[in-house]
Design a protein around this ligand. Structure first.
Ligand code: TMP
Length: 253
């Protein structure tokens, strides 16, 4: 059998050439990294959970009219996606202070924000994905003013959808990161949600107990990441049939 052409390998996913032009196959690895890959582990079952959860969120977004790259799930670890030109920015939306915002501004984690705040970080691992302003984005040509307006509108729609989905299962959406890509339909360009939406790229806290159900469990050594992601999947009714429960992360470096 011919090997598939690998297009790109990131920290948590691999992109392969898809079966038709304009498509890719996105493979979810079990690898977890934090702090710009200073901390690494393989967490059995994470890729399977994130494949299912990203499918669930992207499908739901599609159903309310928010365009995404998701086409269909192929198997436990792979999904067929639309090929996009990724805008080199991470779009972060925050509802409550946490993580780098808490550190930067001296706000206690969990402080409610007056309104959802959208931040942009330049996607550049060598620089540690620095926070950038809209001025930087326009001046350096990473995106146009129209793109920025569209990205903010998309990000806020994703925020409303994700906040509601999570609230329904007793989880607070503290913040999240998405990536956005360009697609062309004939000569018409539009922006769609790409990459993944999963507990790797969100902060999710149990509403009652405050228990963290996201990648902070790994970043901060708070217990089993698989158990946390399985709990999110279970509450949302997206549990895959044969996920193995990993106990301890296995170091890979
Ligand atoms: P931060 O507080 O570390 O800036 O993270 C904000 C949100 O973005 C949080 O939900 C985690 C997510 N995130 C990623 O998905 N990838 C990253 O590389 C980083 C730093 C954060």
């Amino acid at each position: 059998m011919a090997r598939r052409k690998k297009i790109y390998e990131g920290k948590a996913k691999i992109l392969y050439e898809g079966p038709e032009p304009g498509t890719f196959v996105q493979y979810f690895k079990d690898d977890a990294t934090a702090f710009n890959a200073e901390k690494k582990a393989t967490i059995e079952g994470k890729g399977v959970l994130n494949n299912r959860l990203s499918e669930f969120f992207m499908k739901g977004l599609g159903q309310i009219g928010v365009p995404t790259h998701f086409l269909k799930r192929l198997n436990m670890r792979e999904q067929l996606i639309r090929q996009v030109e990724i805008i080199p920015l991470e779009v972060v939306v925050r509802n409550f202070a946490a993580g780098s915002m808490s550190t930067r501004l001296g706000l206690a984690e969990g402080t409610p924000l007056p309104r959802p705040i959208v931040e942009f970080c330049l996607k550049d691992d060598k620089l540690g994905d620095p926070l950038v302003s809209e001025e930087h984005i326009i001046a350096f040509g990473w995106a146009s003013q129209q793109d920025l307006d569209d990205m903010i509108a998309l990000a806020l729609r994703v925020n409303d959808f994700m906040s509601g989905m999570m609230l329904a299962v007793g989880i607070k959406l503290v913040d999240f990161k998405i990536e956005i890509g360009r697609v062309w339909d004939n000569d018409f360009q539009r922006l769609i949600v790409a990459d993944e939406i999963s507990p790797d790229s969100c902060r999710l806290w149990d509403i009652e107990t405050g228990q963290k159900l996201d990648k902070d469990v790994f970043r901060r050594d708070l217990g089993s990441l698989t158990d946390a992601y399985t709990e999110v999947a279970r509450r949302l009714g997206v549990l895959p049939s044969n996920v193995t429960h990993a106990t301890k992360p296995t170091p890979i470096n």
